[in-house]
Design a protein around this ligand. Structure first.
Ligand code: ATP
Ligand code: MG
Length: 284
């Protein structure tokens, strides 16, 4: 059985469990306060932890794998393998200064006091950029530190920037980008590795499907070739004759982003009745 450490409650929990479910790994919800659960559909045991404890737990082999923010992995700096980016809990870690500060560049941070819950990432960044500042570690509410006189500026997680705005702060340096990642214990035995490979295979199929859509459209026969070039598909599009003479139905798979870019070209070439349908799993 593979042991997976996940966040007990917080920004990662719901999406982590949803991803597992989409991978066909059901976990009985077992009620609040539970620390462990076993899946009935995959040889997987779940450990519910604070996100801060996940890298250590995986490095020590207490859990074989874990799902946690990349920022926390970098901060904890433990020996774990980052296996796969999971595409959710996207955020960045930035330095923010009071709105009224006339900030011109990193050198302006020399001699200032910076509040953060991520001292290690910050200290490495300051060192790399030859900035000498004092790091003040606090565990929460970092964004209020300047207004209560605890620090001059902050280094914190930003997603939309609205928290900064409501605390009269402005983002001045982006230090790193983060998303939830699957991490693994480096020294797993072959049996655990094989289970991990199965898990990765399923996760990839689910993530890939989210990026792609199934597209169906009706095209005049003389335009099939042109439209096939606009729509490359997985191998090549499926073309089926319509009951209406001179027309065919064309089926393919496209990236959602690309759809918006090519829709005009499809219409210009006579495509009609365009349907775009979500894909649940995609194995290529
Ligand atoms: P825990 O109680 O498990 O220690 P926490 O309070 O440290 O939880 P959360 O606020 O649940 O952590 O955030 C978990 C992760 O979600 C962050 O480390 C980060 O990777 C990601 N995240 C994405 N957007 C945001 C955001 N706007 N604010 C905070 N974290 C975010
Ligand atoms: Mg935490």
């Amino acid at each position: 059985m593979l042991t997976l450490a996940v966040q007990k409650s917080g920004r990662l929990s719901e999406k982590t469990l949803r991803l597992l479910e989409e991978c066909g790994i059901q976990i009985g919800n077992g009620g609040k306060g539970k620390l462990k659960a076993v899946s009935s559909t995959f040889p997987l045991e779940i450990l519910y932890l604070r996100d801060d404890d996940i890298p250590e737990c995986v490095a020590d082999g207490i859990a074989h794998v874990g799902i946690v923010g990349a920022n926390v992995v970098f901060e904890k700096d433990r020996e774990v393998e980052i296996v796969e980016g999971l595409g959710f809990a996207r955020c960045r870690m930035s330095i923010a200064v009071p709105k009224e500060m006339d900030y011109k560049g990193l050198a302006d941070l020399n001699g200032l006091k910076i509040a953060t819950s991520f001292p290690r990432i910050l200290s490495k960044y300051l060192q790399e950029n030859h900035v000498q500042a004092e790091i003040h570690e606090i565990n929460g509410s970092v964004e209020i530190a300047p207004s209560i006189g605890l620090a001059d500026v902050i280094f914190d997680i930003v997603s939309t920037g609205s928290t900064l705005l409501s605390n009269s702060l402005k983002e001045v340096e982006t230090v790193l980008h983060s998303e939830a990642v699957l991490i693994a214990h480096p020294g797993m035995d072959a049996e655990k590795r094989a289970l991990l490979e199965q898990l990765i295979f399923r996760i990839k199929a689910v993530l890939k499907a989210k990026d792609y859509k199934y597209i169906l459209l009706n095209v005049p026969n003389e335009k099939i070739e042109t439209i096939c070039q606009i729509l490359p598909g997985m191998k090549s599009p499926t073309v089926m004759p319509l009951a209406k003479e001179g027309w065919s139905s064309l089926h393919s798979v496209i990236r959602e982003k690309e759809f918006w870019e090519i829709i005009e070209r499809l219409k210009q070439n006579g495509a009609q009745g365009i349907l775009v349908i979500p894909i649940e799993k995609m194995i290529v």
